[in-house]
Design a protein around this ligand. Structure first.
Ligand code: GA4
Ligand code: GA4
Length: 346
């Protein structure tokens, strides 16, 4: 049970439709408390004054826009998504569809340079350079945030979380999503239908399976997060629209971080609405993940008599495989609960 007063601040934020915003240039002790609180109560927050140079973001966005502006026939050369590569309208292997096109890449530089020849005929080495430079910066940002989470939680080994992502074998991904601008016929449809909630979903509800994701978008809206206080997957959803802010990054707690903290930090369910603007929405997401073979378990400090072990141990490969075999919107981490099956406590 969640104590009402403990979530009051965030309930207010949800009512006011505001997102927790953290200025990373403040005093570190203050930042780490704010980060932990946002991860516990929301699983999501916005960071400003994050230190990632604007030019890196602009160059990455231009690389994405130039790719998406290519004729479909050219883009198909980087597809189909298996799951990596270029995809249009289909998401994952199980028939999910979305109103977007995307480029999903492994964040490893060797992967990027291999794929670059299919993405940019014009200048593949420039493309890899831009992506690698961006990935290095956001990987660094996610490691700093995870180090603060580790300290804020009082972990004995406060670097444990960030090491997983920094590992040269880590399974981090980077994704460019392009939600095309609205076409004219759609506008007329929309006029008949003045209920804004009827706006179509562009990328269905899900939580990110990794440790932490760092999202950037241009100034077009679409992202919505689901309040964790609204009764889980089957309850009525409270969707909080996230106003776009190109100067900020948005941080999502992933399923693995929820598992490692024994449920103390929560992975946030989110979705993106189909674009209803005259400008395309471009989002860039870095997914911080550990090496495939690494074993994920609730950290010992997170298990107490009052908060017994909630999840089994599993490898990232095992979890990833299970998640990728499901459709979006499935309730995921629950499949790995310590109390439904072959757990050692039984
Ligand atoms: C959601 C987060 C990342 O975008 C992603 C997605 C992946 C994919 O697009 O191939 C998945 C989705 C994501 C979770 C469930 C499965 C797998 C599509 C899908 C239906 C790259 C990831 O790691 O998981
Ligand atoms: C984006 C900014 C400039 O237009 C450019 C582009 C360059 C090109 O047209 O060859 C790139 C792109 C830009 C970045 C990634 C790579 C290289 C196209 C592309 C897919 C001239 C530049 O300097 O970088």
């Amino acid at each position: 049970m969640v104590v009402a007063s403990a979530t009051l601040g965030y309930t207010d934020i949800i009512r006011a439709r505001r997102i927790p915003e953290i200025d990373l240039s403040q005093d570190r002790d203050r930042v780490k408390d704010l980060v932990v609180k946002a991860c516990e109560e929301f699983g999501f927050f916005k960071v400003i004054k994050h230190g990632v140079p604007e030019e890196l973001i602009t160059r990455m966005e231009s690389a994405g826009s130039e790719f998406f502006a290519l004729p479909a026939r050219e883009k198909m050369k980087a597809g189909p998504p298996t799951p990596l590569g270029y995809g249009s309208k289909t998401i994952g292997f199980n028939g999910d569809v979305g109103e977007l096109e995307y480029l999903l890449l492994h964040a490893n530089p060797a992967f990027v340079s291999n794929k670059a020849v299919l993405i940019s005929k014009k200048d593949p080495s420039k493309f890899s350079y831009v992506v690698n430079e961006y990935v290095d910066a956001v990987r660094q940002l996610s490691c700093e945030i995870l180090a603060m989470v580790g300290e804020g939680l009082g972990l004995r080994d406060s670097g444990a979380l960030s090491r997983a992502i920094r590992d040269s074998e880590s399974d981090c991904l980077v994704r460019l999503n392009h939600y095309p601008q609205m076409v004219e016929e759609e506008e007329e449809e929309e006029e008949d239908d003045n209920i804004s909630s009827r706006r179509r979903v562009g990328f269905g509800e899900h939580s990110d399976p990794q440790i932490l994701s760092i999202l950037h978008s241009n100034d077009v809206d679409g992202l919505q997060i689901r309040s964790p206080a609204d009764g889980g997957v089957d309850g009525a959803a409270t969707w909080v629209p996230v106003p776009p802010d190109p100067d900020a990054f948005f941080v999502h707690v992933g399923d693995l971080l929820q598992a490692m903290t024994n449920g103390r930090l929560v992975s946030v369910r989110h979705r993106a609405m189909a674009n209803s603007s005259y400008k395309s929405r471009l989002s860039i997401v870095f997914f911080g993940a550990p090496p495939l073979h690494s074993l994920i378990s609730p950290l010992p400090e997170m298990i107490t008599p009052a908060l017994p072990r909630r999840y089994k141990s599993f490898t990232w490969a095992e979890y990833k495989k299970t998640m990728y075999s499901l459709r979006l919107s499935h309730n995921r981490l629950d499949l790995f609960r310590a109390d439904d099956g072959d757990d050692e406590r039984r």
